[in-house]
Design a protein around this ligand. Structure first.
Ligand code: DGY
Length: 323
């Protein structure tokens, strides 16, 4: 039997690439550079499956082309807002993602960011490396206590729930949740959490707000100037979701004028380009999209893609089909 032809847009962990090569005619983007729209169109035209990730912008202008051979986009990652859902649907493409396997690691990183922002860890590291540390003193780099404070979680899927677990059981935080749909009472009870009807009700109550909702046009600038203004003075905003969820220009203003305590961001609108004004703000922690960047999670994500491909080419409905 002829093996399906599969195109992988970025390099993956070696163990996953090895297994991929056993089961498929796999073509890798050996340069590991983000592909241009033309290169993506070529991949869609010439392969049965394309295995994209967050750096591949698969909008209508790339997906919609005559004569494409691709039947499945098996995404490496849980977020898939870089794939135009309407076009994929119209073209009858199957789209899968990789949930679950990165939830703990992404929540770990969100908690890392929260702690770094609250305890001014970035400031301290920069100061020490620059050779400017003057030694211990009672008023040096004073941060904000985390234990016992209130955390607002926007988006209470798997990653949001893992964040609640860490914050509630590890730091005794009170949890307030906003989610598109009603969260099961037993899930809320596990974390002693309450759900608010709107984000506007959550923001004024929280010392920390962590974003775990999907990206995409529906959630673009969900946190805008008006909502930043609703946050408590001194509160912190954490974003490990998608850059477009926060209006970065408005966030810069809130950081410059100290209307919030600070922010910690792992994702950026238009990444890897960063709004230069953010780089000038000391009260923001900036990381280069590391949410799922552990050996364990990145391997598991790859094997999950392979499971989805296996299902698809065996004629079964892939377990992680999202379109
Ligand atoms: C995810 O899985 O969505 C990560 O952000 C990488 O795309």
């Amino acid at each position: 039997m002829v093996k399906p032809s599969v195109f992988v847009t970025r390099r993956w962990p070696a163990a996953v690439e090895a297994q991929l090569a056993e089961n498929y005619n796999a073509v890798l983007n050996t340069s590991d550079k983000p592909l241009s729209p033309t290169e993506l169109r070529d991949a869609l035209r010439n392969h049965d499956a394309v295995l994209p990730t967050v750096t591949d912008k698969l909008g209508a202008e790339v997906l919609e082309q005559p004569g494409a051979r691709v039947r499945i986009l098996a995404n490496y990652g849980v977020g898939y807002s870089h794939i135009c859902e309407a076009s994929a649907q119209d073209l009858g493409l199957t789209v899968t993602n990789t949930p679950d396997v990165l939830s703990e690691c992404t929540a770990d990183l969100a908690m890392t960011l929260l702690l770094m922002a609250a305890r001014r860890a970035g400031d301290g590291e920069r100061e020490l490396r620059a050779g400017n540390w003057q030694g211990w003193r009672p008023t040096h780099l004073i941060g904000t206590k985390v234990s016992g404070k209130t955390l607002g979680i926007v988006g209470f899927g798997r990653i949001g729930q893992e964040m609640a677990r860490r914050a509630h059981f590890g730091f005794g935080m009170k949890i307030i949740v906003h989610n598109r749909s009603r969260v099961d009472a037993s899930v809320l009870a596990e974390f002693g959490a309450v759900q608010t009807g709107s984000i506007d009700d959550l923001l004024p109550e929280c010392d920390f707000v962590s974003l775990h909702c999907p990206g995409g046009t529906g959630n673009r600038h969900l946190i805008d100037a008006r909502r930043l203004d609703l946050m408590k003075p001194g509160a912190f905003l954490i974003n490990t979701a998608r850059g477009e969820v926060v209006d970065e220009a408005a966030l810069v203003q809130a950081l410059i004028f100290d209307t919030i305590g600070g922010a910690a961001l792992d994702v950026f609108d238009g990444e890897p380009n960063i709004n230069p004004a953010l780089l000038q703000c000391d009260n923001v922690v900036l990381l280069p999209h590391l949410g799922s960047a552990t050996r364990e999670a990145r391997e598991a994500m790859g094997f999950r893609v392979l499971d989805n491909l296996g299902d698809f080419f065996a004629g079964r409905d892939p377990r992680d089909r999202v379109i």
